[in-house]
Ligand binder design. Structure first.
Ligand code: GUN
Length: 293
């Protein structure tokens, strides 16, 4: 069994992005610039956003944080998005989710200029991804692809079972792994809460992607000997054994599943660490006008 080490990959990729940004600037390119809108004070969102800002600084990407209180009305948020859409210095624009319930996430997502949609959440970018046109690929599926590529995991003709059909993970990764080329050309099966005899399906998987958000749901008897297991779940639970009082659990019962695998991602230290890298890469792609020339 080999660990798919997200921490090591993320560190490597940050160095690569930093040197790409430095070279772009040295050749007269602009300083890539990411704008993040954060509404309210949700603890997890604060953590994610500060991680994104720190990562930008580490690779030489400029970042701007725009904060609003959670009583902001949709119209005012839209106005800010329009302003940032029209600001030529901003290459990437993201609105941290979730938003307060009185604001439509769909309306907000669709208001972002597709050329600056480095989260890849706009229906236009998702649609372009589905039909194989250049598009921004969102952070988690992009992170999974990166792990597969960097560890040279073969996907062609493999049976890939995705557990979970969310718009931000299950759906896009199932499409990406079934498309032509590498990583892709896999036979993909998507499972969800209505799947019958789930274990009979997951046991077929050469590559098993767990993205359902239920801690330690995937047990050893659901996994084929020699499978590649990619765990996308991150659930925070109370723990008396850690200094912080919290611990993170994946969707896979790691201790019993790991011995059966050829490769497995740990949680924490797996896919999660690569998501911010995907955001940095997309911001650089935008500054270089690669997806939308
Ligand atoms: N909330 C949780 N993950 C994400 C993400 O990748 N992007 C945004 N904008 N919000 C999130």
């Amino acid at each position: 069994m080999q660990l798919l080490d997200g921490k090591k990959l993320a560190a490597e990729m940050k160095l690569e992005i930093a040197s790409e940004v430095a070279q772009f600037k040295a050749e007269g390119g602009k300083n890539p610039h990411l704008a993040t809108i954060l509404v309210g004070h949700d603890g997890a969102s604060e953590t994610y956003v500060s991680g994104k800002i720190k990562a930008c600084a580490e690779v030489g990407i400029k970042s701007t944080l725009v904060r609003f209180e959670d009583n902001i009305v949709e119209k005012d948020l839209m106005e800010k998005i329009r302003e940032l859409n029209n600001d030529a210095d901003i290459d990437g624009l993201i609105v941290q989710l979730p938003l307060p319930v009185h604001i439509s996430e769909q309306n907000i997502t669709e208001a972002i200029d597709i050329r600056k949609d480095v989260d890849g959440f706009h229906p236009m970018n998702i649609g372009r991804m589905v039909i194989g046109m250049p598009s921004y690929i969102s952070a988690t599926p992009a992170g999974i692809l990166e792990i597969i590529k960097r560890y040279n995991i073969s996907t062609s003709g493999k049976t890939c079972v995705v557990v979970g059909r969310s718009n931000i993970v299950g759906k896009p990764i199932s499409i990406l792994l079934s498309r032509k080329g590498y990583p892709g050309d896999a036979t993909v099966v998507v499972c969800h809460s209505k799947t019958q005899n789930l274990k009979d399906v997951t046991i077929q998987a050469d590559i098993l992607i767990a993205a359902l958000g239920q801690p330690e749901f995937i047990k050893a008897d659901m996994v084929k000997e020699g499978a590649v297991v990619i765990d996308v779940g991150i659930t925070r639970i109370r723990s008396e054994l850690t200094k912080s009082g919290w611990k993170l659990l994946g969707d896979v019962k790691f201790d019993e599943v790991a011995p059966k695998c050829s490769y497995i991602t740990p949680v924490p230290g797996g896919v999660g660490l690569l998501t911010v890298i995907a955001l940095l890469k997309n911001t650089v792609l935008s500054a270089k006008r690669i997806i939308y020339p």
